[in-house]
Ligand binder design. Sequence first.
Ligand SMILES: [Zn+2]
Length: 472
Amino acid sequence: MTLRLHDTATRTVRDFLPLTPGKAGLYLCGATVQAPPHIGHIRSGVSFDICVRWLKVSGLDVTFCRNVTDIDDKILRTASAEGSPWWAVAERNQRAFTRAYDVLGCLPPDVEPRATGHVPEMITLIRRLIESGHAYPAGGDVYFDISSYDRYGALSGQRPEHMRAADDIEGENAKRDPRDFALWKGHKPGEPSWETPWGRGRPGWHLECSAMATKYLGATFDIHGGGLDLLFPHHENEVAQSRAAGDGFARYWVHNGLVRLGGEKMSKSLGNSLLVDAMVTQVRPVELRYYLGQAHYRSDIEYSMEALAEAAAAYRRIESFVVRAAEGAGTATDPTPLTALPLASSLPDAFVAAMDDDLAVPQALAVVHEAVTEGNTALAAGDQAGAAKHADSVRAMLAVLGLDPLAAPWANAGDSGLRDVVEALVSVALHQREAARARKDYAAADAIRNQLHAAGIVVEDTPAGPRWELAR
Ligand SMILES: [Zn+2]
């Protein structure tokens, strides 16, 4: 085990040593379901999907917990603006997130807890914090007392005296310190609420994640993940309340970079055209996954259509080699399941070294592209066995990144059995074209090829005979 990860808490890349040998627990802040996801939201899902896959390939038994925040100021605002119940807004957008994770080939988490299903665990955590002097009820709310925890600010690297006031405007008069944050928000008319020893109300966002992470992964667990935009105040507050209560909490903090648009963090208004549901009608989902996953997870991505098109072209080059090599070897059918992962021993050393070095996907992809170049050389030389060997290696590496074109969900994507029918029809046409050429009727042969092209089928003549693929 030589995996090294960048830990935001120490600001260093350090050896990943799991709490329990052979196991890894990972908590990822998932969706706040006030709107459907744009690519800025879903990048974190793809980044941590690659992380989970690599932990598994490294031989670890992974427990992956990704939550859903289904109660929140923004959800309540959306619901009241559109005149819908808050729970209907949450359900609808949770389905959109699930659709987006699925369409991009992310492995489902082992557990996907919703905040509103964990109020008893939150009440217990609040009680522990009040009893230990770290929290106080005030004006119907309950606040965390930041002065009671001397490491407050350490995770995000800030000194409390430079921090802004917590975003709980309603408690301005009740709080002891403007930077104290709400664990629990007192009931307001028209809002959902739950009964607690401190009165009716609803949970604060930060408290939810602490309660859910420790319920499923234990008081101390390995990795807490999320987008860099969550570092402060969300993660700072999570670690403060959990450690103050006596839990060890996360041992490594891993943050992904953001997707930017025109130099800005993607917002709802900027990102509407980049909703995942809309984008997968413009580009193939596997190409969108390649685009979001190809950069180092800690780098920001500056979105542009040109960069997306370049990523798609790079992926098609890899895919085209894998498909050709499989056709040559007669192994193009029977897709591998989404959950099938290769053994680390079947991967090139340079690929393993790149992934172990803080999940360096750009370097890992360089190894993939090199193998594709060598494989194409073998194909051009008619060396089927050599090409097949490179194709096996490329497919194993792609499986780690969730990009194997011959694995689910990408293999035969969207054709639901029609590919076999098209294959049969195209081969009838290609036989007629061969027959026309044999009798030197080149006009008829070209007409058949042109008719196929008009139907969206590109024919290419190779030393092994004509092959076809759908035009893109
Ligand atoms: Zn969270």
